[in-house]
Design a protein around this ligand. Structure first.
Ligand code: CTP
Ligand code: MG
Length: 186
């Protein structure tokens, strides 16, 4: 694959894992997942992880994956790169994994004394990627015989994902902050 094909593939496959966090920011509010419970001094997760934000984020990612599946052929034609289709298990588990990764990061932030909204460089930018890949890999093992994760995420694609995601994350959060949708620019 040439560089353009690798970047296009990396962006395409990660879109259903990128959107959930952004949708959660728009939909957040209501009951926190931890119900206000604490583990030691700090909250288990905090008020920034809500049932509504998680559900809306997940569904937004599922909806996007279904839309991408519907347009994969025309988009592949236009850009001249054969893009992949998302198997059902991945449609469901990729966006869920993104949300779970973000929730796991909040758990780690509270255990390390970071208040809600405090930055955790490195973790903030990649938690959802790790969550999506982990749940996707579990989905591969359990449901998808064609080993979608290992075939889609070649070393090149993985490297581009790990470099591109933090850049896109910083950019979209800065835009969200400027638009007044996010409290912090990270
Ligand atoms: N959000 C939510 N549910 C989630 C994730 C996010 O409701 N599972 C919403 C919350 O309103 C949250 C906002 O999106 O405040 C921004 O998300 P994020 O930056 O992940 O949370 P923080 O408020 O920064 O909290 P934390 O320090 O725990 O990450
Ligand atoms: Mg935050």
């Amino acid at each position: 694959m040439d560089l353009f094909a690798v970047v296009a593939t990396a962006f395409w496959v990660m879109l259903p894992a990128y959107i959930p966090n952004n949708a959660a920011v728009l939909a957040g509010g209501g009951r926190p997942i931890d119900g206000g419970r604490r583990l030691g001094e700090a909250r288990l997760l905090g008020d920034g992880k809500t049932w509504r934000g998680t559900a809306v984020g997940w569904l937004a990612g599922v909806a996007l994956a279904l839309v991408l599946n519907a347009v994969v052929d025309p988009v592949s034609d236009v850009i001249g790169v054969t893009l992949v289709t998302f198997p059902v298990a991945i449609v469901v588990l990729f966006p869920l994994g993104a949300m779970v990764g973000d929730i796991g990061a909040s758990f780690l932030k509270r255990r390390t004394g970071r208040q809600r909204g405090a930055p955790f460089p490195g973790v903030d930018q990649l938690d959802f990627v790790i969550g999506a890949l982990l749940l996707g890999a579990i989905g591969d093992l359990l449901f998808v015989s064609e080993a979608w994760i290992s075939e889609t995420f070649t070393v090149e694609v993985l490297v581009v994902v790990l470099v591109m995601t933090p850049i896109l994350h910083v950019l979209t959060n800065a835009i969200g902050y400027l638009l007044g949708l996010k409290d912090e620019p990270y």
